[in-house]
Design a protein around this ligand. Structure first.
Ligand code: PMP
Length: 437
């Protein structure tokens, strides 16, 4: 009778018909039926603060996205083999946010597909196959994307590291081998690329490129030290490789100060990959590159994606970028991010379990440790905090190799009330972990 609210029935059916490695969040899973801005509502209409999802970049159920989807589906929806002004309007809007040398784009259906294409472009432009990537990254779910995703190929039951892939450390200056007390740490992490290129050469591979999240999110909400990517890019380019910036989680104003994370590192990548937020829920990925790299790829067979760059997708993508501008969401990310960071730093003074608070704009991580001196990861406590915050109806995530970093990544519409609520509840829940000094 009460089908929509029959959570147990849905769970049973899910177990029967869905793959066993399709993960559910929380020990008591959440069922979500409606959304509005940075709020979600469950099967009983109870509200949750969404402090986790980046796909609803401009907010859940945005009226302008609804309107543009309805309007375009009433007219028609077709592909890039026909002309439509929405295609070039989306491209123009994107280019207005990027450095001039990044002027050729491809529209795809996901971040995964955009990273797959990035691999093909890097190989075409370099004539090589080797890839250098950090040791805890994720770039997508396909065969090719998994091959460059250490987080997955190195996991239990994973396919293992391909011989054409070489790993470097995540430039983590809290936990890694070069810490914040070392002013040269950015350059030292970057220098690991020399060893990676040499290791590839030993196995008969030249580097086609380097791929990383500009700020590693999957790696633990890391803000790389200054000079890191400059050092990496110099080395990769000197060896004939292409520098790929996965900006799926960091792009489009989330950082507040910068539209893209690569700007914070003072570099211009050869390829930028966008996903998740660019469609605000509509499946959309974008790759942007230089005319030279695009020309190398264009020597090959036709590229076509049935749905990539559809009329609908182009109108949605352009509208998302327009909303970020029209509603001042990048400025809001800066303001709310600053409030969040200072609140978290205050909270950390009362809770020894907080080892580190780091972030920029609304890209924030809170690393939990059982001991501030040894930095032993508080993995179980992190899970406890997440589940308790869910009971308090605040959705957050966790990241990092030890799953001990609370991830706070709300839609950019989040307001001061939401930030205050999160800080208030987190302070209380951290107190329950029994670590009060
Ligand atoms: N790159 C990064 C950094 C991601 O976080 C993700 C998704 N978690 C992807 C690529 C893959 O995107 P999608 O799942 O949309 O294919």
């Amino acid at each position: 009778a009460h089908q929509a609210t029959d959570k147990n029935g849905i769970l049973e059916k899910r177990k029967a018909h869905f793959g066993g490695n399709l993960k559910l969040s929380y020990s008591d899973p959440v069922m979500l039926m409606r959304g509005w801005k940075h709020h979600l509502f469950d099967e009983w209409g109870r509200p949750y603060l969404d402090a986790y999802n980046n796909v609803p970049h401009v907010g859940h159920a945005h009226p302008r996205i609804q309107a543009v989807v309805a309007d375009q589906l009433l007219r028609m929806n077709s592909n890039t083999r026909y002309l439509h002004p929405a295609q070039t309007a989306f491209a123009d809007k994107l280019m207005s946010k990027l450095p001039p040398e990044l002027s050729v784009c491809w529209f795809l259906n996901s971040g995964t597909e955009a990273n797959e294409l990035a691999l093909r472009l890097a190989r075409a432009a370099s004539g090589a196959k080797g890839m250098v990537t950090p040791n805890h990254g994720y770039h997508g779910n396909t065969t090719g994307a998994i091959d460059i995703s250490a987080y997955k190929f190195n996991a239990k039951g994973g396919v293992g590291q391909p011989d054409w892939v070489e790993l470097v450390d995540i430039p983590d200056d809290y936990r890694g081998i070069f810490g914040r007390d070392d002013p040269k740490r950015g350059g030292k992490y970057a220098a690991q690329v020399d060893q990676a290129i040499a290791a590839l050469a030993d196995r008969g591979h030249r580097p086609a490129g380097f791929i990383a999240e500009t700020f590693p999110s999957v790696g633990g909400q890391i803000i790389p030290p200054d000079g890191y990517l400059k050092g990496v890019y110099e080395r990769i380019r000197a060896a004939g490789g292409i520098c790929i910036a996965d900006e799926v989680q960091t792009g489009l104003g989330r950082l507040g100060e910068h539209y893209f994370a690569f700007e914070a590192q003072g570099v211009v990548p050869d390829i930028v990959v966008l996903g998740k937020p660019i469609g605000n829920g509509h499946p959309l990925g974008v790759l942007i590159t230089t005319p030279e790299i695009a020309a190398a790829f264009a020597k090959g067979p036709e590229f076509f994606s049935t749905f990539g760059g559809s009329t609908l997708s182009c109108r949605v993508g352009k509208t998302v970028l327009d909303i970020v501008d029209d509603e001042g969401l990048m400025q809001n990310a800066a303001k709310m991010g600053a409030m969040l960071m200072s609140g978290l730093k205050n909270i950390s003074e009362d809770h020894d379990i907080v080892g580190d608070v780091r972030g920029m704009g609304l890209f924030v991580g809170v690393e939990l440790v059982t001991d501030r001196a040894t930095k032993a990861p508080a993995t179980e406590q992190c899970s406890y905090v997440l589940n308790r915050m869910r009971e308090e109806r605040i959705l957050m995530g966790r990241e990092g190799p030890d799953d001990n970093i609370l991830k706070i990544r709300p839609p950019l519409s989040v307001d001061a009330e939401g930030i205050e609520m999160l800080l208030d509840r987190l302070d209380a829940v951290l107190g329950e972990t029994g670590s009060k000094p």
